[in-house]
Design a protein around this ligand. Structure first.
Ligand SMILES: C[S@@+](CC[C@H](N)C(=O)[O-])C[C@H]1O[C@@H](n2cnc3c(N)ncnc32)[C@H](O)[C@@H]1O
Length: 226
């Protein structure tokens, strides 16, 4: 599959049963990510799309904290879509919808579910650890879609490693970037400025950068006023 990224479960590591996959990074990062997201999401109502949900562990964890929010996980990989559905069933969460099959590399991606029903205008789009392990067109498609679907007060949250002012923020990120590019020249740790410029072209402006553990960042975008 063109531009396809990591596939969880390939190393044989699985969660307790069935299709539920387990990503090691989830256990390290979900609390810190939630501490940032909750400042915006807690107490709100609306629809949130997670782009590139992977195993589905983040979406079920966040959904548990936000009963007023309907979560729409998504991915492209069949095993991941199965894992997301399995985690949702396992956690018995009524505010997580069936995962959407979304190919972010298409700027035309849409949020309609297979039953014809999809979310309304979005309170937020959340995307973790996707745009560096994918061709740049995935970042383009993600941001184009977020700009299309976010409601006026909505936010786009991007979590992952980034370069700043053209430089890596840590030697480990530089090594990771080299390994990504070695694997696929179209992959690579993105520069904050390039992502901000892309978002700007779609009418989204950067409102916040939060430093995260392990040399990651969360970038928050909102619509330009006016
Ligand atoms: C490194 S994983 C991150 C998963 C999850 N967000 C997390 O943080 O654990 C990247 C995810 O992006 C998905 N992905 C890659 N390319 C994609 C595309 N073009 N459209 C949608 N999802 C994509 C992969 O299937 C994978 O689940």
């Amino acid at each position: 599959m063109t531009g396809f990224t990591v596939e969880f479960g390939k190393n044989g590591r699985r969660a307790e049963s069935g299709d539920r996959l387990d990503a090691a990074a989830f256990h390290r990062n979900h609390q810190a990510i939630w501490a940032v997201l909750e400042k915006f999401l807690r107490g709100k109502t609306g629809d949130v799309v997670e782009a590139g949900s992977g195993t589905g562990q983040h979406v079920v964890f966040f959904a548990r904290q936000t009963p007023g929010i309907t979560w729409w996980p998504s991915d492209l990989n069949d095993n991941h879509l199965r894992s997301i559905a399995a985690w949702t069933a396992h956690e018995q969460l009524v505010n997580v919808r069936r995962p959407l099959r979304i190919d972010l590399s298409s700027p035309e991606w849409f949020t309609e579910a297979s039953d014809g029903r999809g979310p309304g205008a979005l309170l937020a789009v959340f995307c973790a650890n996707v745009i560096h392990i994918a061709p740049w067109r995935v970042a383009e498609g993600l941001i184009a879609g977020a700009a299309r679907y976010l409601r006026p007060d909505g936010r786009l949250f991007l979590y992952g490693p980034f370069r700043r002012d053209g430089r890596h923020t840590a030697p480990s990120n530089a090594a990771f970037d080299a390994s990504l590019r070695d694997n696929d020249p179209e992959w690579g740790v993105r520069d904050v400025d390039e992502v901000v410029a892309l978002a700007q072209r779609h009418g989204l402006r950067l409102t916040k950068i939060v430093d995260m553990p392990a040399n990651n960042l969360i970038l928050t975008f909102e619509r330009h006023a006016g």
